[in-house]
Design a protein around this ligand. Structure first.
Ligand code: PMV
Length: 329
């Protein structure tokens, strides 16, 4: 039976991918750096089945018939071009509730890439090819293939734009406590946002500063220097949102509670000397990054500050893995 299952973690970018070059290969304007998130996973089973008349895609057991199914089928076409041409039955589920605004395209396309190829039962290709394929599904998915702290080298074409592991999970036990504030649909999709960002007048200035910032961030990770990390990570998140806010049309992802959490986190660091900082995705949720030693304290402060939010605490997670816990019989 041509069937396999893979689980991949989502990731949070510390240096952001926001802005891509024209074309369908998801080639970013700049290098990015992320932490793989242990508690935000997607598990996907792919079963290639020549008896099907078309792909069947199921999410949490429900058949998908909308744009999400089309996007997945289009991605499967890339695998069919390279391996065998036949329809697939795909079952997928996330460890976190859907509609939380937590990024699922990164973990989703990383798991789909690896399960889809593993199901052909001919072994997995080299990591560089997995990275290229996952990137084609969703840019940030290439970083979700790898454990711990990961770098995506922008490169200049489809061959050279590759993710690779930077530091293993055990190097630094940082925590990302995701403060889930809203389940609203995004008003600007990340795909449209990347295109708007690429032509944004601030983008040249950003690109000029990024090589030095990225180098400094990698240095802070290597030295486990929280203070430097905090300054760079917050600057990076706010700069990305400055571009989002001033794109045309504007992408305003903040909710009032987003600002409340950001301001408190900065106060906890400045006034109470807690090793804590924030970053953001293309959404209202705040990713509160802290040293493991203060994770309990930070969680309890967040629970008091935003009692209605749910908190998802992640460690530096493992890379994508193939296993036998299939989602369909
Ligand atoms: O992979 P995409 O197209 O969903 O883009 C990810 C964009 C951000 O999450 C905002 C930043 C990043 O580098 O992950």
């Amino acid at each position: 039976m041509m069937r396999a299952t893979a689980t991949a973690c989502s990731n949070i970018a510390l240096i952001k991918y926001w802005g891509k070059r024209p074309g369908s290969a998801n080639l970013p304007l700049n290098d990015s750096v992320s932490m793989t998130l242990s508690a935000a996973t997607t598990t996907t089973t792919v079963h290639w089945d020549a008896s099907l008349s078309q792909d069947e895609i199921y999410f949490d057991g429900e058949r998908l018939l909308d744009h999400r199914a089309t996007r997945i089928s289009r991605f499967l076409d890339r695998l069919r071009e390279r391996w065998y041409r036949m329809p697939a039955r795909v079952h997928t589920m996330n460890s976190f509730p859907s509609g939380t605004g937590m990024a699922s395209s990164a973990s989703g396309f990383a798991a789909l890439t690896v399960a889809g190829i593993a199901a052909f039962d001919e072994g997995l290709p080299p990591e560089v090819e997995l990275s290229r394929l996952a990137r084609a599904g969703s840019g940030s998915a290439c970083r979700s293939l790898f454990p711990g702290y990961v770098e995506w080298v922008a490169g200049h074409d489809d061959e050279s734009s590759l993710a690779r592991p930077l530091l293993p999970p055990e190097h630094w036990d940082l925590r990302d406590i995701v403060v889930v504030l809203s389940a609203e649909e995004k008003e600007v999709s990340s795909s449209d946002g990347h295109k708007l960002a690429a032509i944004h007048p601030f983008m040249d200035a950003r690109q000029q500063q990024l090589p030095a910032r990225t180098l400094a961030l990698k240095g802070a990770l290597v030295r486990r220097d929280f203070e430097t990390l905090a300054t760079l990570v917050e600057h990076e998140a706010l700069e990305m949102h400055a571009i989002m806010l001033s794109s045309q049309p504007a992408a305003i992802y903040f909710e009032p509670a987003t600002i409340r959490v950001i301001k408190e986190v900065r106060r906890w660091r400045d006034d109470d000397c807690l090793p804590v900082c924030f970053t953001l995705d293309a959404g209202p949720n705040v990713h509160v990054i802290c040293d493991a030693s203060v994770a309990m304290e930070v969680r309890s402060r967040l629970a008091t500050l935003v009692p209605t939010a749910s908190l998802v605490e992640c460690r530096p997670g493992p890379g994508v893995r193939v296993h036998g816990d299939h989602l369909c019989p």
